[in-house]
Design a protein. Sequence first.
Length: 227
Amino acid sequence: MIRVATYNVHGLVGRDGRRDPGRIAAVIRGLDCDAVGLQEVDSRGARTTLGELERRTGMEAVAGSTIVESDGEYGNALLTTARILDLDRHDLTVQGREPRGAIEARLETPTESAFTMIVTHLGLKRRERHLQVERLLEICGNERLRRPLVVAGDFNEWWPFGGLLGPLRSVLDPCPAVATFPAHRPVLALDRIWTALHGRRSRVRAVRTALTRVASDHLPLIADLEL
């Protein structure tokens, strides 16, 4: 069994307005995951770097920056204890909107067979997300993309039965809608962990603790997967 997670860290700024990389790192360590997909990792303005999270968690970091400026970067990231066998990055940007992307990593744990994990963060506009889901479907349908497969991230889809995510159900396993936002009183299932596990099971839950309720505006979402 492996454990994966997705976590929008809100630039490492908590609900108390305080930027605290140690607090975010403590949340991540407490998840006890093989791989964690992160969104809104912000190192601009001499802020915390992804390397600091790497050091504090003891996990290997992969950047998936979507905005690169002279004073730092912003975007997605992957932290993992698994061996990285292969790595790719995909551009999901829609013209005129904030740059978006996805990290694709082939991972192997000491006790389990290899699996592919895709980490992403979709846009705020419905039309934008529609185009990005189409691109994700192309990526997931690529013959070179081997199973088992995990697609994790902040999908920014707040309608509980939104048709926008319907196309993903045609190629991936059913995805539980677990509320993760806002962290102090979650009502919206913005964060999702989709899988393609050849009929094997996954168990998905949000992590609600005193620390996760304040560390970010999203709760972390974890999944235990039988490969």
